[in-house]
Design a protein around this ligand. Structure first.
Ligand code: DGJ
Length: 722
């Protein structure tokens, strides 16, 4: 519910259990008032006072009690005396800045506008548009706020409308900015690198600015467009959390600035450094959405609110995805060294143990026998598959399995037919040597001609096959963002629009294909990508022990069914570690399950186990993949981990418990199942436990867990609610 209290000029966004409020101040600025647990009103005497704090800029001559650099604001422009981080820096052709944005009008409406080439949250409840106008130039900024029924999330973004008659240089156009009141906060962020994505970092925020950004052309392995702001006392089960998630997959930035009066400014949006953005006269620029989520139920409350939001408002509704199929991918089984017989052998052995989808990874096209050639040549490698892809896909379908294919459409190899014919399609700065990465280069996706050419090549392949699934990879960062077609720098924002337009065109033509995203694993895993691709390959690191950490970080913002998790071979290809098959399955089982090994080479005992594992997964798949995920706290979090998934009807609970290394004479492990209903009774094997016992006393984990690389999956059923 959104309403405007005209007597106080206050906008009140009343969410499920929280409120978000701001007002138009006496000078026409948008002053942020409150974001937190639901309140039923705000007395005007209780809001930020006009104070003379000395040596500060004021709005008018003669009024010293309105120092703009201390006021909590909804948008922060540059050059007007707000010396904190700006969120919007717009420069006119004469070098002056747009910094006198004043309230002009607003409207409250219901928004069903289609996605305008950017990922967009779906099923909005109500929307608010507040229009600001510069006092001197015909430049308008529309701030958008959207709410969602029954949730404590809202979305923010903005649009700049340039009617000034001059080109406007956009130095910075973040989607949102706000100032939280003075208090001590911790930041929660997810950072990493290739094969080490999304480590959880928690650290205190102190005076100054902490900024995180990616200018790699994608959200990247290194950073994630997510920020959590926690009260000091917040833990996994209780306490306040404010979070931001960006619905965008390109370069981004966010800032947390603790200012001179200990307020916290938080902001998020597209990357400013060399953004190459400008707005021509009579043109507009719309920024992507940031989703703001509030929870007073700790980190798990935030995680669950994120999952609800992504499930209902971000993910596309793909029929295949209701029960994510168990897949087998030939990458780690064969790399580039395969032929039709080998692939069929893998598929048949997988079929026998219950796998449902076979994915042919890299190496099926052009002359692609290693990773130095052929990207851009989206036609069959006849040497490897002389009978054709159609024959292979038919044979897979005859096994009653689904068939999927790998592509990397944004890339080009120098050794390719496409490069011979269209060297100008490659992004590079004029005559400078293009910067290689994995011996490949990036196509100019800011050009609709290039996007169309790739689309047409892919359509030729896809039309011939009855494809069920496509894995869309992207294996390098973007540098030298300069178009050889237009002979001008390109904006990463325009590249991203090209990327989104290609996936949108393909999805329109092939509505039944399940598209999975990948970027060398999880190098472009964000809510923007999830708007088109319902699942993502979480990491190229398939080691079960390393995956504990990667998946625990990822699940803070991504629902379990969106995260690809594969059982791979031992010794593990990334770490060389040998872990039991049961552990490898138990680590993948809560997520979107797959296999990444040659099952035809496994012994009979292992295959029996895999069959049992898959049977178990299928029995509980719907409940676990769509259920409520909780990270349980352990005394030794690096060594012992436990996750719990409760089905949405509360009738089935699956508990996943892991121990990395044993220790002699180890303390007992009593696991509190926080989140269960304390007024219910539950059954584990043939024993009955009260909910209050499981929550407050905890479940004693059997001592046989005190082994290296140990795991257990415990199934709990609801006996009765009392
Ligand atoms: C990187 C991906 O993450 C892998 O799974 C695999 O598809 C390779 N690319 C293929 O080149």
């Amino acid at each position: 519910m959104i309403n405007f209290i005209s007597s106080q000029k206050v906008f009140n966004l009343s969410l499920k259990d929280s409120s978000y409020m701001f007002k138009v101040d006496d000078f026409g600025n948008l002053e942020h008032l409150y974001w937190g647990k639901k309140i039923n009103g705000l007395n005007p005497n209780n809001t930020y006072p006009y104070l003379n704090r000395g040596y500060s800029s004021n709005h008018h001559q003669g009024s010293r009690n309105d120092t703009i650099e201390h006021k909590p604001l909804e948008i922060a422009t540059y050059g007007n005396g707000d010396f904190r981080e700006s969120s919007l820096i717009l420069q006119m052709a004469d070098g002056t800045y747009i910094n006198d944005l004043k309230y002009e009008s607003h409207r409250i409406y219901s928004d069903n506008s289609p996605n305008q080439g950017l990922p967009t949250s779906r099923n909005k409840e109500m929307s608010l548009e507040v229009t600001l106008k510069d006092a001197y130039e015909e430049v308008y900024v529309h701030l958008y706020y959207h709410t969602y029924e029954g949730l404590d999330s809202l979305s923010r973004h903005l649009e700049i409308d340039n009617r000034s008659g001059q080109e406007l240089r956009v130095e910075k156009a973040l989607s949102m900015s706000l100032d939280l009141p003075n208090q001590s906060y911790d930041a929660l962020t997810l950072s990493g690198m290739w094969a080490q994505e999304r480590n959880i970092d928690r650290f205190p925020l102190s005076r100054g600015t902490h900024s995180i950004n990616s200018h790699r052309g994608a959200s990247s392995h290194y950073t994630t467009p997510f920020l959590g702001v926690l009260d000091k006392s917040t833990n996994y089960h209780q306490g306040q959390v404010h979070s931001l998630n960006f619905v965008y997959s390109g370069s981004f930035e966010y800032h947390c600035e603790v200012d001179s009066i200990e307020s916290l400014r938080i902001q998020m949006g597209i990357q400013s450094l060399n953004s190459n953005l400008s707005i021509k006269p009579n043109h507009k620029l719309m920024t992507p959405e940031v989703i703001l989520t509030y929870s007073d139920k700790g980190i798990n409350g935030m995680l669950q609110a994120h999952h609800n939001f992504v499930n209902d408002h971000i993910l596309p509704a793909t029929p295949l995805f209701k029960k994510p199929p168990i897949l087998i991918n030939n990458w780690e089984a064969t790399y580039f060294d395969f032929d039709q017989d080998k692939l069929l052998e893998i598929a048949k052995s997988a079929k026998e143990v219950g796998v449902e989808l076979f994915v042919l990874d890299d190496g099926w096209f052009g002359n692609r026998n290693d990773d130095t050639t052929s990207l851009g040549d989206w036609f069959l490698n006849k040497e490897k598959l002389p009978q054709g892809l159609k024959m292979l896909s038919d044979q897979i379908h005859n096994l009653d399995m689904k068939f999927g294919l790998w592509i990397e459409p944004e890339m080009i190899s120098m050794k390719s037919q496409l490069y011979q014919e269209h060297p100008e399609y490659l992004l590079r700065e004029g005559k400078r040597t293009p910067t290689p990465s994995r011996d490949q280069y990036v196509l100019d996706f800011s050009s609709s001609e290039v996007v169309r050419a790739i689309y047409e090549m892919l359509v030729k392949v896809f039309d011939e096959l009855d494809l069920d699934y496509v894995k869309w990879d992207m294996n390098r960062p973007i540098v030298q963002s300069y178009s050889m077609i237009t002979k001008a720098p390109i904006a990463n924002f325009d590249y991203m629009k090209g990327f989104y337009s290609l996936i949108a065109m393909l999805q329109e033509r092939y509505p039944k294909i399940l598209f999975e995203a990948c970027a060398g694993g999880g190098g472009r895993f964000d809510w923007g990508v999830l708007n088109y691709f319902p699942q993502v390959w979480t990491s190229d690191n398939t080691d079960a022990i390393e995956r504990l950490k990667i998946q625990e970080g990822s699940v803070l913002i991504f629902p379990q069914k969106t995260m690809g998790a594969h059982v791979s071979d031992i010794p593990n290809h990334q770490t060389g570690r040998e872990t039991p098959l049961d552990l490898r399955f138990a680590v993948a089982a809560p997520f979107n399950l797959g296999y990444e090994l040659d099952l035809s080479k496994q012994d009979a005992r292992s295959l029996e186990k895999v069959k049992d594992h898959n049977q178990w997964y299928k029995t509980y798949r719907e409940e676990t993949q769509n259920g409520r995920f909780t990270i349980l706290e352990s005394n030794d979090p690096k060594n012992q981990k436990a996750w719990m998934i409760e089905s949405l009807d509360g009738k089935l609970i699956t508990l996943y418990v892991y121990q990395v290394l044993a220790s002699a004479n180890a303390p007992l492990w009593r696991l509190r199942l926080n989140g269960l209903n304390i007024n219910a009774r539950y059954k584990i094997d043939d024993q009955i436990y009260s909910g209050s016992e499981l929550v407050h006393f905890g479940l004693l984990i059997p001592v046989d867990m005190n082994k290296d690389f140990a795991s257990k999956i415990i199934t709990i059923t609801l006996e009765e609610e009392v």
